[in-house]
Design a protein around this ligand. Sequence first.
Ligand code: PAF
Length: 260
Amino acid sequence: MNLALKHPLAFVPTMGALHTGHQSLIEIAKSNCSNVLVSIFVNPLQFENPEDLAKYPRDLEGDIEKAESAGATFVWSPELEEIYPENPEIISAGDLGNKFEGVHRFGHFDGVLTVVKRLFELASPEIAVFGEKDFQQLFLIKKMVNELDLGVRIIDAPIIREEDGLAMSSRNVRLNKESRAASLVISKALNEARGAKSIKSARDVLHKVLATEPNFLLDYAEIIDADSFEIAGATCASPRALVAGWISGVRLIDNMVISL
Ligand code: PAF
């Protein structure tokens, strides 16, 4: 395969269905490097549920337009065989791959790390940008890059929110008017937890606010230590609140720094 890419290169891997959140990643990539590659590949290995994979929104033409208008100089939409030749090397996300998101999405992070490593191999970027919205994914990718010494500088991109606070996600288009309104409980809970006086009270506030929305089905809500991804103790220096759950069959995740 010949990608004919220019280096140095900043890379933004995506699964398409681009929205303003992705465009902000591309803009961050562009502000770090004039050559920006955006990949669009819906990775079957990271979907534990075939229905979710089938329902994943796809709009290649629209995606190319959005990527280019945000500053991409190259948009790459590889075929399955290009990414996964016979017997692909599967990367294990280890113990953390089975916690939080991993409890609810079995094998998901092995799939993410496997595809990201493979995309890095093919594109050889110097820089790659990932959003903080998928905070556990970001943590695991950084860990893999360090452990395997992949030589790619990972840049964290802040969460982009709708005006009313909902974190942008490709899944949001599946929320109807009622569930869209119900989804606001997530950012409300995070914002209230952020102002708490202790880790314990942040955890309590998070659960209390989330429980006020009967249409929200909780997977987990926890305060973790962003440096280790362990559950945050009382003296944790970098606490972060994580929330995941379902509204009318749509799974939503979000997170926020807790500023004690
Ligand atoms: O965050 C995503 O969109 C995906 O998990 C990624 C990093 C592009 C890998 O498929």
